[in-house]
Design a binder for this molecule. Structure first.
Ligand code: ARG
Length: 252
């Protein structure tokens, strides 16, 4: 009888410790186990793309330096672009960094860091296309990456029925090459990389929209947001960010 009581007490004690640990984990949105997990969508050169098995690029390198400053190990998760924000909201990732544009709609869901880069939405067409400026886009078939600002603007301006949404930029460019769409609206630097990697494409001179890229955070994790932002500010001030950008985007 005495032993049984002891066992019971011990079991309860163990259960109590485990439940505490479980609570700690699910409630804490600050980073766990010395890791900084970043969600991205790695088909977006030069910001994030694969070099062999490794994800490299401007975002990956800046995030690496931020993690170093915070004494954390960077872990990158390559996910669909439209699951980055939900994943950050759910606390599945510590931050989202994906050449992501700051918009008012997104600000309702996540907090953003200071901006670390600028983006421009541009139009890619086939080299011999009849489309010569954005004034020619009315009624044309437009390819975009699902849930990006290119998608949002094109759907608003030219109608959802004219917009084909691809899972990533590479697939949108494949669609253009195979004449499934007449053009692709996407960020300027990835556009340059796609045009370089594929024969017979060009970028129209007239650009579509100017944007700011920033890192996104769970609204409840302002502690991490402040730490990352402070590290980012230092890296911008000491020229580290510019150095990374210049490495991937050589001045013309
Ligand atoms: N700047 C655009 C946006 O925020 C496109 C970003 C796409 N990024 C990516 N890693 N696939 O909507």
């Amino acid at each position: 009888m005495k032993n049984l009581k002891k066992i019971l007490a011990l079991t309860l004690a163990i259960l109590f410790v485990f439940s505490l640990a479980a609570c700690g984990k699910s409630n804490s949105l600050t980073v766990t186990e010395g890791k900084l997990t970043m969600a991205t969508n790695a088909s977006f050169p030069p910001y994030e793309y694969y070099d062999g098995d490794n994800i490299v690029g401007i975002d990956a390198e800046i995030a690496g330096l931020i993690a170093d400053k915070l004494g954390l190990e960077l872990e990158i998760a390559d996910v669909e672009f439209d699951s980055i924000i939900p994943g950050v909201q759910a606390g599945k990732y510590d931050m989202g960094m994906a050449g992501m544009t700051v918009t008012d709609e997104r600000k309702e869901k996540v907090n953003f860091s200071d901006s670390y880069a600028k983006g421009v939405q541009v139009v890619i067409v086939k080299a011999d296309s009849a489309i010569t400026s954005i004034d020619d886009l009315e009624g044309k078939k437009i390819g975009v990456q699902q849930a990006t600002t290119g998608d949002i603007y094109a759907s608003d301006d030219y109608g959802e029925e004219n917009v084909t949404k691809y899972a990533n930029g590479n697939l949108a460019v494949e669609g253009l090459k195979n004449d499934k769409v007449d053009c692709v609206i996407i960020d300027n630097e990835p556009a340059k990389a796609y045009v370089k990697a594929n024969e017979g494409l060009k970028i129209l001179d007239t650009s579509y929209a100017d944007e700011d890229y920033a890192i996104s955070f769970n609204k409840d994790n302002t502690e991490l947001q402040e730490k990352v932002n402070a590290a980012l500010k230092e890296l911008i001030a000491d020229g580290s960010v510019a150095k990374i950008v210049n490495k991937y985007i050589p001045a013309e």
